[in-house]
Design a protein. Sequence first.
Length: 145
Amino acid sequence: MNPVTIYTDGACKGNPGPGGWGVLLRAGAAEKELFGGERETTNNRMELTAVIQGLLALKRPCHVSLYLDSQYVRKGITEWMAGWKARGWKTASKEPVKNQDLWQQLDAVVQGHGHRIDWHWVRGHAGDPGNERADALANRGVPTR
């Protein structure tokens, strides 16, 4: 499996409000930047979208080191999702899972594309170069009007 490093981030101007997502992919000496956005969204939706888009950009199964500053996404995928699925996409308090559409899409990408993913949380806005670039890309993705 090819090793790939992915940094992802989301941004929102108001929550909800216009938002963007950004991805920095690194494979050896090669780098690729991706970004996009939506006119009315939330920060959590942009964080999830960044991870989904980063993984979808990979053309074959890879060993992925994925760096993100969202505990919501990291804990959701590594700790909470199994319970949500077992309860029919309900939280422990029997409420519907927020952003279920994106969680299900992320689950399908993680389960169906053959990647081995190591999830790494990094503190946002703390000087990590990859995270800072992903943040800048997310901000580029925010629609201006």
